[in-house]
Design a protein around this ligand. Structure first.
Ligand SMILES: Nc1ncnc2c1ncn2[C@@H]1O[C@H](COP(=O)(O)OP(=O)(O)O)[C@@H](O)[C@H]1O
Ligand SMILES: [Mg+2]
Length: 266
């Protein structure tokens, strides 16, 4: 489904602050895999997502999505089939437009119809249906401007915008990290249900290691632009947060460093 081959990204190339953010990285995802991504600050997690989305071009390497070479496709073209939710709830939606208008815009973008934010009756029924699955009461507020919603509600709308037409790939970059714990859990719950219902191929960056090990089907740990560990199945089931920390320090001869890393074991 997603195939990243020998990806290299160097920032500030040729200057004293030259930094290799992706260091010959290889990653292959099968359709329907749900991969959680962890790693220290600056490991290259967001850079990996940026590379897949086309925020910049790689210095070297290739990216294939569903058999198509997307290495040189512009970001806005990739956005038709790659959904992305950021940490910042302000990022995914247009605040001065209503829920309905935001969804309509996203829907027409993904179906490659003429851009429109005046939804048809059939669309409204679809939006209402999908919103009601979130159990946040948003289906009764479709004419509310998104700027008036809470962070969690906005993330839910963004998630729906990304999946109203199921994307080939869904990328979640710490999308619950800015929310209070109860809301974060609610948005995670919605996320899991959506991924499952549409069998979405998904990558989710999280600083919650326990959540990383218990969510989805596979966990990769990045470090210094490389994939250090990649685990799934029984191996992953048996791995605890402590095991992971130990594996990291044995392999890298240093402690895992992420100021926001959650080491909760529940
Ligand atoms: N646009 C950019 N310009 C220069 N350096 C960048 C840029 N984006 C990321 N970096 C650097 O690349 C490294 C990896 O960053 P990032 O992928 O954001 O890490 P994280 O794993 O915390 O998401 C960091 O050292 C960061 O400072
Ligand atoms: Mg990041």
């Amino acid at each position: 489904m997603l195939d990243i081959r020998n990806a290299v990204k160097v920032f500030e190339k040729g200057t004293p602050i030259e930094h290799t953010a992706l260091n010959n990285l290889n990653l292959h995802l099968e359709p329907g895999e749900f991969v959680t991504v962890i790693g220290s600050n600056g490991a290259g997690k967001s850079t990996l997502f940026n590379a897949v989305c086309g925020t910049f071009l790689l210095n070297r390497g290739r990216i294939f999505l569903d058999g198509q070479d997307i290495t040189y496709l512009p970001e806005h073209v990739r956005a038709r089939t790659i959904g992305r939710v950021f940490q910042d709830p302000m990022k995914g939606t247009a605040p001065h437009m209503t829920i309905e208008e935001n969804l309509s815009l996203a829907h027409s973008r993904s179906t490659a119809r003429a851009l429109s934010f005046a939804p048809a009756k059939k669309e409204i029924a679809l939006f209402r249906d999908r919103l009601s699955e979130f159990r946040m009461g948003l289906e009764d507020r479709m004419k509310t401007k998104v700027g008036l919603l809470s962070g969690g509600q906005r993330q839910a709308v963004t998630l729906l915008m990304c999946t109203i037409v199921p994307p080939k790939l869904l990328l979640l970059d710490e999308h619950t990290a800015a929310l209070d714990p109860a809301t974060a859990e609610q948005v995670m719950d919605i996320t899991k249900k959506t991924v499952e219902a549409y069998r979405l191929t998904t990558m989710m960056i999280t600083h919650n290691i326990s959540q990383a090990l218990s969510t989805g089907t596979r966990t990769v740990m990045m470090d210094e632009g490389e994939i250090l560990f990649d685990m799934s199945g029984e191996e992953r089931e048996k791995t605890t947060v402590d095991d992971l920390m130990r594996m990291y320090s044995t392999s890298r001869k240093k402690e895992l460093d992420n100021d926001r890393m959650l080491l909760k074991k529940e």
